[in-house]
Design a protein around this ligand. Structure first.
Ligand code: AMP
Length: 280
């Protein structure tokens, strides 16, 4: 596996591969890799000739007061895992390489509505930061495919919109959420949970699946279902930010299309997000 931290060698390897007509799949990550990330790498291997993984803790997507400085970084373990999976190239640039110059002077991307609701409401600027770094990485790698997890559902919609609005020549592939044995969605931020918090953390997924079952059985009183779910979580020690049943494509109020149930809740120092998709 090639490990590259500069744009020059990155583009030179990629151009060699493209000249050999290799299809390239990209898996962008912030590192601290777990089985969720690795499932994306596995998918990338299945669909493309070359697999590029990026590890970059993107300062632009962390909001003031968030965990940028303390976000778990484990480059040695990550490299070993990617090597064992036979990824072709790991790109792990320093911040200066991706954001030379002053951040304030940088070009911005605005994602109307989608960047301001749900996770965007409590994390103002977060999705604009994601959109910037994904645009940069797509432009550097020019992948045929880019693989993302459904775990970060709103992020996935932001990226699909970005690609669609800017005619980016890349196919976005979404992969299901990989979970711990009790259903808790795998996440680097699960490390922030104490042993006691970890025991109740899976209640988010249990509440999501229970709500999904009730909706599937024909109940359309979404407002009451949302309130009930928030009561269950808040009554068990979570501080729920939102628990909503929405149209899966637009995040508007539910219509006749597929639904997504989205949740974000704080538990101790951790902020956990999860979702369940209800296909109809
Ligand atoms: P991150 O390193 O948190 O930025 O995540 C990198 C990619 O991995 C994103 O596309 C995430 O949606 C995806 N991802 C994170 N956790 C999981 C999970 N538990 N299952 C599947 N994909 C995941």
């Amino acid at each position: 596996m090639l490990i590259v931290d500069k744009i020059g060698p990155l583009q030179s390897h990629l151009s060699d591969w493209r000249n050999e007509s290799n299809k390239i799949a990209l898996v962008p990550t912030m590192g601290n890799l777990h089985s969720g990330h690795l499932s994306l790498v596995e998918k990338a291997k299945q669909i493309a000739d070359r697999v590029v993984v990026t590890i970059f803790v993107n300062p632009a997507q962390f909001v003031e007061g968030e965990d940028y400085a303390t976000y778990p970084r484990s480059m040695n373990e990550d490299t070993e895992q990617l090597r064992a999976m036979d990824a072709d190239l790991l790109y792990c640039p320093p911040v200066q390489e991706i954001y030379p110059g002053e951040m304030q002077q940088h070009t911005r991307i605005v994602i109307p509505r989608l960047e301001n609701i749900y996770c965007g409401e409590t994390r103002p600027g977060h999705f604009a930061g994601v959109a910037i770094v994904i645009t940069k990485i797509f432009n550097l790698v020019l992948p045929d495919y880019a693989i993302f997890g459904e775990k970060d559902y709103q992020q996935l919609l932001v990226i699909k919109k970005l690609v669609n609005d800017f005619f980016m020549p890349v196919e976005i592939i979404a992969m299901p959420t990989i979970r711990e044995h009790d259903g808790l969605a795998m996440s680097s931020r699960n490390n922030y949970l104490t042993a006691d918090e970890r025991k109740i953390a899976a209640l988010i997924y249990k509440t999501l699946t229970r709500t999904a079952e009730i909706v599937r059985s024909g109940n359309t009183d979404f407002n009451s279902l949302e309130k009930e779910a928030i009561n269950i979580l808040d009554g068990s020690g979570f501080r729920t930010e939102y628990f909503v049943i929405r149209d899966a494509e637009t995040l508007d109020q539910p219509g006749t299309g597929d639904l997504v149930i989205l949740a974000a809740a704080r538990l101790g120092k951790a902020r956990l997000i999860d979702n369940v998709i209800l296909r109809r």
